[in-house]
Design a protein around this ligand. Structure first.
Ligand code: NAD
Ligand code: DAU
Length: 347
């Protein structure tokens, strides 16, 4: 039993999404003294079932609302000691179809939270979840926290705007901000628009895997559990006003990732369907994680083991993704727009 006086009030935005839900579950299990409020708009990517059992946990409260609405978000931020701000529009391909929601949520929504944070009397940490995409495409070497930001798609640009806005609220108003830039996450409960869950679930059903361009684009894969552990450490030991890269150290070309998924599911390579490349497709991301490693963090998941466990999760939990892929009309409409026969087909 935790003493009422020692309870830490934590606000997690976007906690019904992929990384946010993994973080909420991880944090409730690791911090018996935390009481978490999840603020989530429940867009297409936010799902109550992601929060599962913790919906009945007395140390957790769910609030459906928009981070860009000061009437809802303001009081929650002002009551918090720790804010972990995940909420965002997150899919690059959607930002290429319509960037409006990315500006409203990722930039303006962050502004609303940061404004409230200026007047939060007990706030001691505001974690701005940014991304390695803010560095843009990396030809050689790895991005350090001091590198110039060169975002190259509307999603990355809106995240870069929020990233620097958060920094400015530390520099100007002394809001206790830290900024994290993680690489590509994978693991359970990732929405089946991102490449790993999309390719795994398509492969399970023997459907084509639409590989963009020449398939030689490289991403650095980070297991979501390792990401959550890094955030925990940074909440505890990060320095305000600082940026921290969080990378898994697993750089894999998309074609190799695709082969690994097919192998794990015992499916033929003929399922790979080369399609026209993503516009402005960043060739490679790569993070220098020296700064985080100096604090003692190391990823625990070897990539192939983590990928195997993730494939197993999707195989064992088709009741999670089939309603999205097979029933949700919005998903079907998106899939048709993005992958339907027409000018996307064949590289
Ligand atoms: P996700 O798309 O799975 O979840 C986003 C969540 O935010 C959803 O629950 C959605 O309902 C909620 N949301 C969206 N707009 C909102 C609004 N206006 N108000 C309140 N809630 C809103 O995203 P994810 O992949 O879990 O990413 C979480 C964060 O991590 C994002 O900030 C993203 O930019 C960042 N990030 C993601 C990755 C990755 O590989 N997935 C890597 C680095 C950084
Ligand atoms: O790097 C961090 C970023 O990782 C996060 O900030 C984003 O929120 C997250 O969506 C992710 O962005 P990516 O664009 O890298 O992820 P995605 O899964 O969309 O694509 C990964 C790679 O796979 C990329 O090179 C494009 C390719 N791809 C993707 C899809 C959806 C395909 O070849 N075919 C596809 O159908």
């Amino acid at each position: 039993m935790v003493d009422r006086d020692t309870i830490v009030e934590v606000l997690v935005t976007g906690g019904a999404g992929f990384i946010g839900s993994n973080f909420v579950l991880h944090a409730l299990a690791s911090h018996p003294d935390w009481r978490i409020t999840t603020l989530d708009k429940l867009t297409y990517a936010g799902r109550m079932e992601n929060l599962g059992d913790v919906l009945d946990d007395p140390r957790h409260r769910f609030v459906q609302g928009d981070v860009a609405d000061p009437a809802v978000a303001g009081p929650l931020v002002r009551d918090a000691e720790i804010v972990v701000h995940f909420a965002a529009e997150t899919h690059v391909d959607r930002s290429l179809l319509d960037a409006g929601a990315f500006i409203t949520t990722d930039v303006y929504g962050s502004f609303v939270l940061l404004e409230a944070a200026r007047h939060a009397p007990r706030l001691r940490r505001f974690v701005q979840i940014s991304t390695d995409e803010v560095y843009g495409s990396v030809d050689t070497g790895s991005s350090t926290e001091h590198d110039e930001l060169k975002p190259r798609n509307p999603y990355a640009a809106s995240k870069a705007g929020a990233d620097r806005l958060a920094y400015s609220y530390w520099a100007t108003y002394d809001v206790p901000v830290i900024i994290t830039r993680a690489s590509n996450n994978y693991g359970p409960r990732q929405f089946p628009e991102k490449v790993i869950p999309l390719f795994v679930t398509n492969a399970i059903d023997q459907l084509p895997l639409p590989l963009y361009g020449d398939g030689r684009h490289v991403r650095d894969w980070l297991h979501v559990d390792d990401h959550c552990r890094a955030l925990d450490l940074l909440i505890e030991r990060g320095e305000n006003g600082e940026v921290y890269n969080i990378g898994g150290g697993n750089e894999v070309a998309n074609i190799d990732l695709t082969h690994q998924i097919l192998e794990l599911l015992d499916r033929p390579r003929s399922l790979i369907e080369p399609v026209r490349d993503r516009l402005g497709h960043d060739r490679r991301y790569s993070l220098d994680t020296t700064k985080l490693h100096a604090l003692g963090w190391r990823p625990r998941h070897a990539f192939l083991d983590g990928l195997r466990a993730t494939v197993d999760w999707y195989r064992d939990n088709d009741s999670w993704w089939r309603p999205i892929k097979e029933v949700d009309p919005a998903y079907r409409e998106y899939y048709q727009t993005q992958y339907g026969k027409g000018d996307r087909q064949k590289a």
